[in-house]
Design a protein. Structure first.
Length: 187
């Protein structure tokens, strides 16, 4: 179990010895140190004893596993889709392995500025399953296309970009495509 014992103890400006003495029954500074560093397993009993000694709730001492994050592969703007200028990651509760995200800077089609589109990467043998869905397609030199996959002929994919007046784009043999799976929109 990952705990925040050390962080809370230091925030309260207490030494290991002071926390050990405040425990009921008292213990040693060495024991508190081992519990802080994870050398010794923290039981529920120890968690309650230390929480009382620190003057906090036991739940304050438990750290939840780190939440995942999602790499942003592309940014959708008024001039089309392009790679981000610097590495960007979005917090995600539990992104599936290999997912990428598209950040929407400028509203276009059904998407509004501020939206996040989470895309599941699929291999060429699964492209047919993405027909009539929004997809992100990587292009050479860090460029991307984002639009509705409207057809597939052999190794050529036909996309219809979002927005009025968009002309069909044809892409040959992309290594992967990202199928829009989740839309994250602030309310």
């Amino acid at each position: 179990m990952i705990t925040a014992i050390r962080e809370i103890r230091k925030a309260k400006r207490l030494t290991l010895q002071q926390v050990a003495e405040r425990c009921d029954p008292p213990t040693t500074a060495q024991t508190i140190g081992r519990l802080e560093t994870g050398v010794r397993t923290v039981s529920v009993d120890w968690l309650n004893r230390i929480a009382k000694a620190l003057g906090v709730e036991a739940s304050d001492l438990v750290k939840l596993p780190e939440q995942g994050d999602l790499p942003v592969a592309a940014i959708l703007g008024s001039d089309g889709v392009e790679a981000p200028r610097y590495e960007t990651r979005l917090p995600a509760q539990r992104p599936a392995r290999g997912m990428v995200a598209v950040q929407v800077e400028t509203g276009i089609g059904d998407y509004r500025a501020g939206d996040e589109i989470w895309c599941e990467r699929i291999a060429p043998d699964s492209y047919a399953s993405a027909l009539n869905r929004d997809v992100l397609v990587p292009r050479p030199a860090g460029r991307f296309l984002f639009g509705r996959l409207i057809g597939r002929e052999g190794d050529r994919l036909q996309l219809l970009p979002h927005g009025a007046g968009g002309r069909q784009q044809v892409v040959s043999d992309p290594v992967w495509i990202g199928v829009a799976a989740h839309l994250v929109r602030a309310l």
